[in-house]
Design a protein. Structure first.
Ligand SMILES: [Fe+2]
Length: 247
């Protein structure tokens, strides 16, 4: 590695190809890590099986699948990441405003300098060895989720234009049905780059575009440490949160 190249990010190091001996060791470790921790679940099937039997009785994400610090992106490494600490929280509901409980909410983002800890990100901004930029949590009985993280930086789209992305967080939710699958992005209020963000501007309906912007909520932050942003997510219906791709 040339001296001018940045040190590898811990997240990149884990997926870097190695020599053949190293690869076999890594493969063995990967198999062990992916092995089920619990015995197989026997699914009761009557003959003929009613449609949906497996879906209704099969295993789903639960509290045992999400670690206690998975929601806190500032505590996933030995040191603290650089950047402004923020709390992002809100409710996940269906079209009738009913809370969607036990929902897996996944988040990923750039670091404070606008750089993703991903090999394909070529933005010449520094990586942060103390920030991977990925977290997850489960909604509570009231549909609420909560993340602790740092405010991401803006980054250029690259190419011939000088277009930049406004600061944003990526979210993914599976919902309780295929019609509720959601992959979306959250923005920050007052960001001067919002009017020029090509991805947000591609959302046709102004109301849907406005719903992607969170609201500053001083009750959500930790006093003396972080500001809070409230962002509610609606999985389906006319006021559904915008999703990437087709449903
Ligand atoms: Fe992004």
């Amino acid at each position: 590695m040339a001296l001018s190249e940045p040190a590898p990010h811990p997240a990149q190091e884990r997926i870097r190809p190695t020599d053949s001996a190293g690869a076999s060791d890594a493969a063995a470790r990967a198999v062990a890590l992916r092995a089920p921790l619990r015995p197989a679940v026997r699914v009761p099937v009557s003959a003929p099986a009613a449609p949906g039997t497996a879906e209704l009785t099969g295993p789903v994400f639960g509290t045992a699948d999400v670690g206690p610090l998975d929601h806190d992106l500032t505590r996933q490494h030995r040191g603290e990441p650089v950047g402004e600490r923020i709390v992002v929280a809100g409710r996940v509901t269906d079209r009738r405003g009913r809370p969607v409980r036990g929902q897996l909410v996944e988040l990923w983002q750039a670091n404070a300098a606008g750089r993703y800890a991903h090999p394909l990100d070529r933005h010449p901004a520094p990586l942060d060895p103390h920030f991977t930029g990925a977290g997850r949590c489960l909604t509570g009985d009231d549909g609420r989720y909560r993340f602790v993280t740092i405010r991401p930086g803006a980054y250029p789209l690259g190419g011939s234009s000088d277009a930049w992305r406004a600061a944003h967080l990526h979210f993914s939710l599976f919902g309780t049905a295929f019609t509720q699958r959601l992959v979306t992005q959250m923005y920050f209020p007052g960001d001067p780059l919002l009017p020029d963000d090509l991805i947000r501007n591609a959302v046709g309906a102004p109301a849907a575009r406005a719903r992607l912007v969170s609201a500053l909520d001083r009750t959500l932050g930790e006093p003396g440490r972080s500001l809070g942003y409230r962002w509610d997510i609606v999985l389906d219906g006319p006021a559904a949160t915008w999703t990437e791709g087709d449903r």
